[in-house]
Design a protein around this ligand. Sequence first.
Ligand code: ADP
Length: 345
Amino acid sequence: MSTSAPAVGSAPLLEVRALQKSYASRGPLGTRRPVSAARDVGFTLRRGEAVALVGESGSGKSTIARLVLRLEQPDGGEILWSGDDVLRREPHQASLGYRGRVQMVFQDPFGSLNPVHRVEHHLIRPLLRHAKRTSRGGVVLNNAAAARPRALELLRTVGLEPAEDFLRRYPHELSGGQRQRVAIARALAVEPELLVADEPTSMLDVSIRMGVLNLLAKLKRERGLAILLITHDLASARYLADRVLVLYRGRLVEDGPSDEVVNSPVHPYSQALLAAIADSSQAGSSRQERPRPAATAEAHSGCPFASRCPQRFDACLTSDPAPRRHDNRLVRCHLYPATAPGDQG
Ligand code: ADP
């Protein structure tokens, strides 16, 4: 179930093409092995659309988020913002434009707010920074008093009322869910068009997760905010996202409408991931983390999932499948007939 349909046919706000990133990791006896955290990753995100990146721990979700946020430089690939190649821009141009439009909400609401400052400080600082950056001869918010009404409005938007009361509070006077709402309000202060939310509810009590997801759904619906949701929780992905992208060892293995991917995954890895999550929830486990896969190069040149795949056959060990279209999805698996390169949507 997704919460609203994105603008059908609209041009992508964000387009990621063939993104690559690897790290040198220390192996046994001090040897250095390449770890491929993003391999040939490509996807699009439209205004008012939410896309969830799901995969077990170590599959590369946070790496892709950091690359999209431009906190790290990719080894290859392109990031287009409304068609404009942001990786080719000068750093100061990028920070003026792209970085303001893409904001982040972190997993840990307890670590993301400075405990010595009141909520007021956390909201007024980005409001003033944003006003300075965007003012072009109009009315400028140049002091805290002028920015205060806007800070109150932001608190109301994220459901923290009475807003005057929350503005005066320190982070330790807020619950986890309230802190996460303040973090979302702070991100909204600079009027972003894309929110990257890295496991935004995983550290919250189950009872308040839904409230935060509902807030994100409302922002997407009412403001046309695009959301890149990083999660290993498929229930959240299905609730908030229009599309789910399944990641295995830095590689997108399935991309399709969230209901379809979650209810009837077609890639054997997506099927295994769902079965494992269903098992762990039946066993009453609240954590759905899977063991970290070693994202090192495979011993063979075939599909990276082949060694774990219950459905593998000869071709899987000798050739790495290109993405192919299957029903409404893109899937990287030899079980499905290859499509012509121009037919991959
Ligand atoms: P996820 O968010 O899905 O848990 P990550 O993006 O954190 O995955 O990690 C993907 C892979 O890249 C993992 O094997 C991880 O160990 C490795 N990795 C991530 N960041 C670094 C880094 N700064 N240095 C070395 N290896 C890293």
